[in-house]
Design a protein around this ligand. Structure first.
Ligand code: PXL
Length: 264
């Protein structure tokens, strides 16, 4: 069984963060290891608090996993602060052969900060150059580039700018566009688009986490990036389509829709 590692925050509500990542890995038949960067006290209605893990202890968790296991892909989510970012980047530098999917998580769906605004520069400076692909949504692409990203034209422009920051590829996610959910992958030369019809299900908590860990799971299984994104897009569409209400707010996606469909 292939091994994937998630470096991310814990969502006590179980719908996003580390919990979403591990469920996604499991749903793909990939063994999941996890390095926790921060613990959120959170449910489907919002974030009540964030406790950062000591940055040196984040590095220690990474070393424990990486020196022991043959990790085939890494997914990075919530990083919280600049010191954690620097330690994650420093540790990853010793493993340049492992593909890294970097989800530049900034705020939760509820609007709560998951990355301190003063940590944005560290994210682009230290981690973008180590990533095979960075996966911003429209809001994150706007914050990173400094202009509103709201249609295909500005998504292309943002992809070019983010690519120039040193990442291998950029996947700008258009899930918040009016109309179809169209994502745009840029490799520095050409664009590939991935489209899915807009779904009306309101239970979308953890969509970004789930999408990026599905890409990482597919990479761990040996797929090329373009195919990994295509398959992950199909998976996240199924997970949102089959989401069911949990809690009183925005519920999580259904990571195991393939299994629940079979009546398990
Ligand atoms: O989806 C972004 C995200 C990442 N990590 C954690 C989260 C969330 C969103 O709520 O809670 C821990």
């Amino acid at each position: 069984m292939k091994i994937a590692l998630t470096i991310a925050g814990s969502d006590s509500g179980g719908g996003a963060g580390i919990q979403a990542d591990l469920k996604t890995f499991a749903a793909h038949g990939v063994y999941g290891a996890s390095v926790i960067t921060a613990v959120t006290a959170q449910n489907t209605t919002g974030v009540k608090g964030v406790m950062e893990i000591d940055p040196s202890f984040v590095a220690l968790q990474m070393q424990a996993v990486l020196e022991d296991m043959d990790v085939a892909a890494v997914k990075i989510g919530m990083l919280s602060g600049p010191e954690i970012i620097r330690n994650v980047a420093l540790t990853l530098q010793d493993y340049p052969h492992i593909p890294v999917v970097l989800d530049p998580v900034m705020v939760a769906k509820s609007g709560d900060h998951l990355l301190q605004p003063e940590a944005r520069q560290a994210l682009t400076d230290h981690l973008f150059p180590l990533a095979l692909v960075v996966t911003p949504n429209l809001h994150e692409a706007g914050v990173i580039t400094g202009f509103p990203v709201q249609d295909m034209e500005t998504m292309e422009e943002a992809a070019r700018i983010i690519k120039a920051m040193g990442t291998g590829h950029v996947l700008v996610k258009g899930g918040h566009l009016p109309g179809d959910a169209v994502d745009l992958l840029f490799d520095g030369t050409g664009f590939v688009t991935y489209s899915a019809p807009r779904l009306s299900n309101k239970n979308t908590h953890g969509t970004g986490c789930t999408f990026s860990s599905a890409i990482a799971a597919n990479l761990a299984r040996g797929m090329e990036l373009k195919d990994a994104v295509q398959k992950a897009k199909e998976y996240i569409t199924g997970a949102v389509e089959n989401a069911f209400p949990v809690g009183k707010g925005v519920g999580p996606t259904n990571h195991f829709f393939d299994i629940t469909r079979q009546g398990v």
